[in-house]
Write a protein that binds this ligand. Sequence first.
Ligand code: MSP
Length: 461
Amino acid sequence: MGKFFDTTPIYYVNDVPHIGHTYTTVAADIIARFHKLQGDDSYLLTGTDEHGAKISQAAEKHNQTPKEYADTISKEFNEAWDKLNINYSRFIRTTDEDHIKTVREFLQKMYDNDAVDKEPRLYKGLYCVGHEKFMSPEELVDGLCPDHKTAPIEYSEENYYFKLSLFQKQLEELISTDQIKIRPETRKNEILGKLKQGLEDISISRANLEWGIPLPFNPKHSIYVWIDALINYYTFGKEKGIWPTDLHLVGKDILWFHSVIWPAMLLSVGEQPPKEVFAHGFFSIGGQKMSKTIGNVIKPEELIQKYGVDGTRYVLLAAFPFGEDGDFSWELFDKLYNGNLANGLGNLIARVAKLAQDNNISEPKNDFAISEEVSQLIQNYHLNAALTYIWNQIADTDKLINLQKPWTLKGGELETALKELILHIKQIAHNLQPFMPETSEKILKQFAGEVTVQPPLFPRI
Ligand code: MSP
């Protein structure tokens, strides 16, 4: 038995939960559940990122204090994950007392270890509040941030700097040898390519920002929101005595923070970097970027309402290869749901359950493990391929029924045929456990004879 510590990013509370957030969180839950089923001591961390200019601006618009505003939105994320059956070990908030304490200790250690300049440097630059980051003039289009279509604010202020450049060689070595394993492989190459171009020191504090954690060595400054947020993993891991992190599961947009800046911060305080960082792709919506301004944001409740909890977990992961981008459309998701859940899986269960009930036949064997092939695929985060494998098992079982024609059989022959089918179904249900925990349990109960009348698992839509 081992241990497994897996994290999803913590989500900005200036937004409400959407399909992109849901994707990362559900995928991380599947991986964490898989490890738990393998007997590992498995931890999953998620939560909300609540400091920074973006949040205080959003709060102001709502006539609330930043904390009041963060309380409301944080609750929305927490409730969404509860609805989706996310088995997190802790829902962490960056406004939690223990996190604030850990952040301050962490920063003090960086300072004591000379990883942070003793005096602030004067920085002049363009800051995009939407991104919560400084942007170079080359990144702008007609003077505006191309993503937010807003003009960045001109800043001239004193910032403390983290000497990120000191870690370039060490990071190159750790990443190229997979001691920090970045996957998919193409992302690893991108990060290595960018690293080779050189690393610049980064600003880690802000002088004119009230909604943030004060720097321990100069409380007139507050800690840059990203630096504060990344430490959330350490707050939890240290308290639980589990370090390093086995996996950070993130979207591709925040891979640099997790595979370069965060490992360097850890190295600077003498801690071990994460073992693996996996970056998944982005959902676009009908070919367009998802945005509040366009008004095409897909919320988890909409998905749950249509497909149910397990249906949502399934369609999200089945739609695209994990790691690649994908374009969402209701047509595509409906097709996956109707074809693979209402028809494929649902039909198979209904057919065999009816035959088993009518003939009073059960198969008590229950000591199944997840199939080796599925297990290998999940361990390598090929989540969509693991589902494809399971759906091939479903198709094979359908073929077996058509070959056996159990409705033409009687007595011992019927019993043998049905028992074989039930064994196949139980194996499928076990393989589905991390992906669709409730459905898997329902199927297993059904064939343990605990349920006699089973409504369709997935009604057609
Ligand atoms: N708060 C930071 C993370 C701090 S972690 C120490 C943040 N939050 S976020 O809410 O903007 O994004 C959270 C996650 O959602 C990221 O992994 C991001 O990649 C993912 N997604 C946001 N939009 C997405 C899509 N349209 N598609 C898929 N995932 C996307 O970044």
